[in-house]
Design a protein around this ligand. Structure first.
Ligand SMILES: OC[C@@H]1[C@@H](O)[C@H](O)[C@@H](O)c2nc(CNc3ccccc3)cn21
Length: 446
């Protein structure tokens, strides 16, 4: 049996656009994901978040389920277009939903953990110079974050400024798979810079408000990169893949500079870094209270002269999830050790870890998702090994509480430990939820 520390924070995670629905209710205006999902060919079968899990109306039932599972904390995100449906126009009715949700959580003794931005940029911000491409996005974001701190500051102990800046910049403005669907690498790095800058400015605003008992951090998706062989060229490919996925965000936050090797590589592609102004890196690297780590899988790369990053992915030997991601719990251990060694001794939380598998409701009305139990158990073992060696890991949030809108994959991929029948909106606790309930109760895994 593997025991976890007494106060280990067991949780689950979701995000606003993926579960809420009610996209036109109580003053909410469209986000870039409303626009993107309604654009032909952008999401699986044209799926949108219009209804999703109808959480906006069913939040009480969903908090009951959180209580049933016994989580200590619940990570959700706040929809910016509910709070500021237009530039400068605060919408109290939008805020009221989150006050109701938080009240329910506190009544059940569940710690609210809020992500300020989980990709649902208001369309009005995008219409003003491309959203994160416009340096004014920093000002808009700080106005939004400050209002949240004013209204909710002392009832949310853990604040996360951004979920995965890599996704909201590189995947969204560079690769084009996510909203707003641009395919311009210079834009991707400009967006990344403004998102990181907005993070730093929000942390400064948070500090000035001196909110007692609350902590602030950021969540990064981190993918350890391994060379396909011991060849020097493959090791160079892994270095660039690591810079692309991880160091481009870790270094400015924790070291106050962008990584030199990647600046050199990228300068050949995007030209001048004229969007980096005096003092920006100082702001981006303001001290935070914790690091959120989203971990799903690793990458294995070999050298490829023709690729921008000189790296080409090669398949790993492990089993894969429905997303095609290799299952590699040992890489989570490697990642945590590396973060501890090279970046920070601050408290860390695994703010997302989970897997999509082919889930189905069987004759007995249950969902026997043994693969997901195995996935979570193996990753918890890796986390426990890190903690056992003195690692400062304080909590673990399963992605996700419930099946939901999986971005470009729509509803075709199920990550939940709770099954959602989208026809009826019925929730069914999968075997993984029942297993996780026991893990939390015993604070240990077998
Ligand atoms: O894909 C599962 C989840 C997603 O539902 C969450 O909203 C998001 O925070 C999230 N991030 C990752 C890891 N990063 C990633 C990499 C490539 C494409 C999409 C996400 C996985 N997930």
């Amino acid at each position: 049996m593997i025991k976890f520390p007494k106060d280990f924070l067991w949780g689950t995670a979701t995000s606003s656009y993926q579960i809420e629905g009610a996209v036109n209710e109580d003053g909410r205006t469209p986000s870039i994901w409303d626009t993107f999902s309604k654009t032909e060919g952008k999401t699986y079968n044209g799926h949108t978040g219009d209804v999703a899990c109808d959480h906006y109306h069913r939040y009480k039932e969903d908090v009951e389920i959180l209580k049933e599972i016994g989580v200590k904390a619940y990570r959700f995100s706040i929809a910016w277009p509910r709070i500021f449906p237009e530039e400068g126009k605060y919408n109290p009715k939008g805020m009221d939903f989150y006050k109701r949700l938080i009240d329910e959580l506190l009544k059940k003794d569940i710690m609210p953990t809020a992500t300020i931005y989980h990709w649902d940029l208001p369309q009005w911000a995008y219409d003003k110079g491309g959203g994160w491409l416009n340096r004014d996005s920093v000002k808009w974001y700080v106005e939004y974050a400050t209002k949240l701190f004013e209204e909710l500051g002392d009832v949310i102990p853990l604040w996360i400024t951004h979920n995965e800046p890599w996704c909201s910049s590189i995947l969204s403005y560079g690769i084009g798979e996510h909203a707003p669907g641009h395919k311009n690498y210079r834009e991707a790095l400009i967006a990344a810079h403004h998102i990181l800058l907005s993070h730093g400015e929000a942390v400064k605003a948070f500090r000035e408000m001196n909110i007692k008992g609350s902590k602030i951090g950021i969540t990064l998706n981190l993918t350890p990169a391994y060379p396909a062989s011991e060849k020097e060229e493959d090791k160079l490919a892994a270095q660039y893949a690591d810079g692309f996925a991880n160091r481009w965000f870790l270094d400015p936050i924790f070291k106050g500079n962008y990584p030199e090797d990647m600046m050199e590589l990228y300068s050949k592609i995007i030209g001048e870094f004229d969007f980096i102004k005096e003092g920006d890196l100082e702001t981006i690297s303001v001290p935070i209270d914790f690091l959120g780590v989203n971990y799903y899988t690793r990458s294995i790369v070999k050298y490829n002269e023709d690729s921008m990053l000189k790296a080409e992915n090669v398949p790993g030997p492990g089993k894969r999830t429905e997303m095609g991601w290799e299952i590699s719990p040992e890489s989570l251990y490697d990642l945590l050790k590396r973060l501890d060694r090279e970046y920070t001794k601050l408290p860390m939380y695994i703010t997302e870890n989970g897997a999509a598998f082919k889930d189905e409701v069987t004759e007995d009305g249950r969902v026997h998702d043994d693969e997901r139990i195995e996935y979570i158990k193996e990753h918890l073992k890796a986390a426990a090994k890190f903690i056992g060696e003195g690692g400062n890991l304080k909590g673990y949030f399963v992605w996700s509480l419930m099946d939901n809108f999986e971005w470009a994959h729509g509803y075709s991929k199920r990550f939940g430990i709770v099954y959602v029948d989208y026809e009826t909106q019925k929730r069914i606790l999968k075997d993984s939820a029942l297993w996780y309930k026991e893990v939390i109760q015993k604070n240990s895994i077998e």
